[in-house]
Design a protein around this ligand. Sequence first.
Ligand code: FHN
Length: 432
Amino acid sequence: MSDQPQAIRVERGQRPNARGEARLDWWREAKFGMFIHWGLYAIPAGEWKGEKIPGIGEWIMHRARIPVKEYEQLARQFNPVKFNAAEWVGLAKRAGQKYLVITAKHHDGFCMYDSKVTDYDIVDATPFGRDPMKELAAECAKQGIKLCFYYSQTQDWHHPDGDGNDWDYDPAKQDFQSYLDNYVKPQVRELLTNYGPIGLIWFDTPKGMTEAQSRSLLQLVHELQPDCLVSGRIGNTMGDYASAGDNAIPAEFVREDWETPATINDTWGYKADDHNWKSTKDLLRKLVDIVSKGGNYLLNVGPTAEGEIPQPSVERLTEMGEWLQRNGEAIYGTHAGPVQGLTWCRSTARPGKVYLHVYDWPEDGVLKFTPIAHGDLRGAYLLSDPSRQPLPFGLKDHQLAIEGPRQQPDSPITVVVVELPGQIDLEPGVNA
Ligand code: FHN
């Protein structure tokens, strides 16, 4: 990619990636969400019968080929008495996350909500007996966070007709169509009927779903809650937005709506010995990088079997929220900015403003750019400066130069606001 990408002007209301569908507006504004992988797998937490099972925690049943009858026994021990919906939602709020996507059913097939379609759920099969989704729904409504459900629509290692379990069941005898019609759809109906308005359903691993199967599931969601969004992993290029790969950030700006689901350490479901926590600086850079390329960041936490979000996650999310308190204007409701392809800086924008997210503050404090024409600049200031003291700017070596203080003003990323005349809206160049 060129180091000096071209900036193009687009008229207000004609953003190239706007589909004109108002139901996506909240999601496009939100930028940052909390993913929660929580289920029975939090009990073994990466270890089965004294053996450490490699890989992501929520896959332990599959990786260790645990028979259904044995894995089912975990439900009897599941008693997350420390679960507190107000605390979880409060953490998302404090972190500056606007939506929360929680595993209603992951690939292990255990339902983390009260399902009438099966007894293999948290209310019927555990000593806990409470429905955490009900409690989260109430808290999300109270605290203004969009509640969304993750639902594994193909893989179900517990159900004889679900996909993925070839150690208990004979795949040749599996009837996926029957599973979809008689199990998945009734459960999706429950999730979209019993918990109030749901922001989106996060389907995953579409595997061999046919076009007709994906479409019928999509239609069901729209019939039940027309405004509910659907993740791209419903398959067959359907759904409301694309999903980048897990922990994958595209190298360049992407014009369509997209999201990166990501781990905060190396697992989704809780694993007791995974201490490979990304730093707050790294996580914030990832958030900024993603938003500067037009995407959303869905950052995961993996609560314990007691119902607690691990402290290292709490600390990092809290610190991210502190940075967003000062710099949220440069994230929420913005779009990919005109300055693309630099190593030391990212940009986001909205009509009348470009936000320069400076990763590495220059030693002399002078920021030099080509993409924003000098004539277009009305002023510049630091977003972290409440007094909005104007920064001097001018032309230097044929480049626009903004003179900031020598010392890095904000940490770990400093945002400089560039004001443009009127409502000029700068986007990445068509080839950026
Ligand atoms: O297999 C799952 C995995 O366990 C996890 O839920 C991730 C999150 O994006 N999705 C699948 C793999 O892509």
